[in-house]
Design a protein around this ligand. Structure first.
Ligand code: 5GP
Length: 113
């Protein structure tokens, strides 16, 4: 549990990925395996394994993640055409990285993805 997540490795520069947004608490990257034309991950710098591990003290952080996703959607011009915000949690949702991240998916008509 103390090993670094892939997102922490990206943040520290140990794994290369262009950071497209960063502030004191949050950063965002393009997903390496996009499921749509726009597929961004909005990630807290603090590692929280799953949504189940959120505490009341994380409310502002999670709210801010949504605000960052909203702003990125606006900047990419997909705010009016639409997009999907998604947190996968544990096995049934096929969560693969145990450091919470908000998927921002759009740029095209989303069907069953
Ligand atoms: P999850 O399935 O946990 O909700 O989503 C994890 C996401 O992280 C996946 O969509 C996967 O493609 C993405 N991902 C995993 N490793 C890397 C990486 O090294 N770089 C980037 N940019 N995305 C990654």
């Amino acid at each position: 549990m103390n090993s670094k997540s892939v997102f922490e490795l990206i943040l520290s520069g140990e794994i290369e990925s262009e950071v497209i947004y960063e502030d004191n608490d949050i950063f965002a990257i393009n997903d390496i395996n996009p499921v749509a034309r726009v597929h961004i991950l909005v990630i807290p710098k603090k590692k929280i394994a799953t949504i189940n591990n959120l505490n009341d003290s994380d409310v502002d952080l999670v709210g801010k993640m949504i605000m960052v996703a909203k702003q990125l959607a606006y900047e990419l011009g997909i705010d009016n055409t639409g997009y999907r915000l998604l947190f996968n949690t544990n096995d049934d949702a096929m969560q693969t990285v145990f450091h919470i991240h908000l998927h921002l998916i759009g740029g095209q008509k989303l069907k069953d993805i």
